[in-house]
Design a protein around this ligand. Structure first.
Ligand code: HEC
Length: 121
């Protein structure tokens, strides 16, 4: 009985360490900038920045306006994009009190990668 318990505990310890190793590894795959974008922007703009149509409808805006991969958004420079995030635009909330200037820079850099090779700098 004692041996059985010891084996069970050893097994649990091993399983737990493999699990936490895998979890740490999986967590590393998501960059801090991606986490910020997915945490603060994806609810309206989608994880791929193509826009969340349901959210657009709920906000009563044309879904094209939340698609950040359309030409008008892709052609915004990083500074212009950061200004919109900082100060808001119509129903787009302002993030000046919720994110630091550095976090906004990080998010914009990540967004530019989602916008593809034609994204303005
Ligand atoms: C509550 C929903 C919501 C959240 C959250 C949100 N946005 Fe927006 N965003 C909008 C809406 C709605 C618009 C369209 C505004 C308009 O043009 O009328 C918009 C517009 C924009 C635009 C301007 C696009 C253009 O072509 O003019 C940018 C850039 C943008 N959002 C980036 C972001 C980023 C980055 C985040 C995360 C920090 C974010 N948004 C979070 C709703 C949201």
């Amino acid at each position: 009985m004692r041996n059985y318990l010891r084996e069970l505990i050893a097994f649990l310890v091993l399983a737990l360490s493999i699990f936490s190793f895998a979890a740490a590894f999986a967590d590393d795959a998501v960059s801090p900038s991606q986490k910020l974008f997915e945490g603060k922007c994806a609810q309206c703009h989608g994880k791929d920045a193509k826009g969340n149509v349901k959210m657009a409808k709920a906000l009563k805006v044309d879904p094209i306006n939340v698609d950040l991969t359309r030409a008008a958004a892709v052609s915004l420079t990083s500074d212009q994009t950061a200004a919109i995030v900082t100060n808001g635009k119509n129903k787009m909330p302002k993030f000046n009190a919720k994110l630091t200037a550095d976090q906004i820079k990080t998010i914009v850099a990540y967004l530019k990668t989602l916008q593809g090779p034609n994204a303005a700098n």
